[in-house]
Design a protein around this ligand. Sequence first.
Ligand SMILES: Cc1ncc(COP(=O)(O)O)c(C=O)c1O
Length: 390
Amino acid sequence: MPNTRFDARTQELLGGLRDSGQWKHLQQITTPIGPTVEVEGIGEVVLLCSNNYLGLANHPKVIEAGIEGLKQYGAGTASVRFICGTQQCHRAIEETIARFAGTPAALSYVSCWNANEALMPTATDADDAILSDELNHASIIDACRLTRKTERAVYKHNDMADLEEKLKGFRDKAVRWVITDGVFSMEGDVAPLPQLVELCREYEAILVVDDSHGVGVLGATGRGTPEHYGLMGQIDIMTGTLGKSLGGAAGGYVAAQRHVVELLVQRSRPGLFSNALPATIACSARRAIEIVEREPQRVARLHGNVKAIRDGLRKLGFECADSPTAIIPIHIGDTAEAIAKSRRLMELGVWVVGFGFPVVPQGQARLRVQVSAALDDSHIARALDAFAKL
Ligand SMILES: Cc1ncc(COP(=O)(O)O)c(C=O)c1O
């Protein structure tokens, strides 16, 4: 049965997006994700918008491990973890994640979105309080909303004075929680972990860091934001994705003390009511992490590429803030203009996405350049040439 009110308001919304140039096109790619991809109807372009930071999404050994996993364990468990959904490959990926993150234990989920939504409502209680950075990823925001009965506050982005003020206001709470991205996905800046750790110690708060864009990128060996600051093992709870630098397929995790993981196994709803990570991904992501452990030169290559692209953009007159991350935002302001500029770059052979509202606040649209270790010098030269023409 058609519902005329729903249909009318949906058509109105979609029409508005089309008319104002904010329409998102789902470009079809005909090749695997690499330094370049073939886009249907456009041709080969240099890829500067994927999270394939270490170039492992199409690595032959990562693919081979996925195929072996598929053959050994089948397409899936047809079950959640606690029924018959735990295969040896799940223990193996979780031990590997814990080793890499430097935590006693880890638990996998089908995405980091799920990992965040598993953690926050399960770990927090009605007499706790949560403090969340205002620029945290949507999955953290939604995860905090799911806590419902727990008091929540948002502190200004990376503003430690504001956080401290708010922590003071929550002194009477049973447990204080502070949650932040390690690397902020739209700004490309890094959370000030040393100050966060210090504040959390002083106010006896539990620090949760989602390092989805930090892992594989920051630190000499790619162990992420904690390694960047020399704070490995000092963050209470880490969450992250396997869908970016660690193979790029999908999957997420919580890495923490064993009792935290045990609590999540017993109680977290995405774990209790949703299927396990497919074996294909458990095996391919594990191989990806092993490659990062064995080949820190990939991380060094990424750091070199980040510097080359950031320096090159600056020389061309683009304003790029200083940051060690692989995310370089170029602020434009107007959403339609950011989208138009990204289209022009595509015509020039480089794929950079323009982000506008509601992904970023109104008036703060930007082009987001993302760097990969897979890019060689010729890709970087092609990309900078396109920016010069833009
Ligand atoms: C900080 C952060 N957390 C979580 C996610 C979601 O990761 P996944 O794709 O594994 O759900 C992202 C992805 O953009 C992210 O940037």
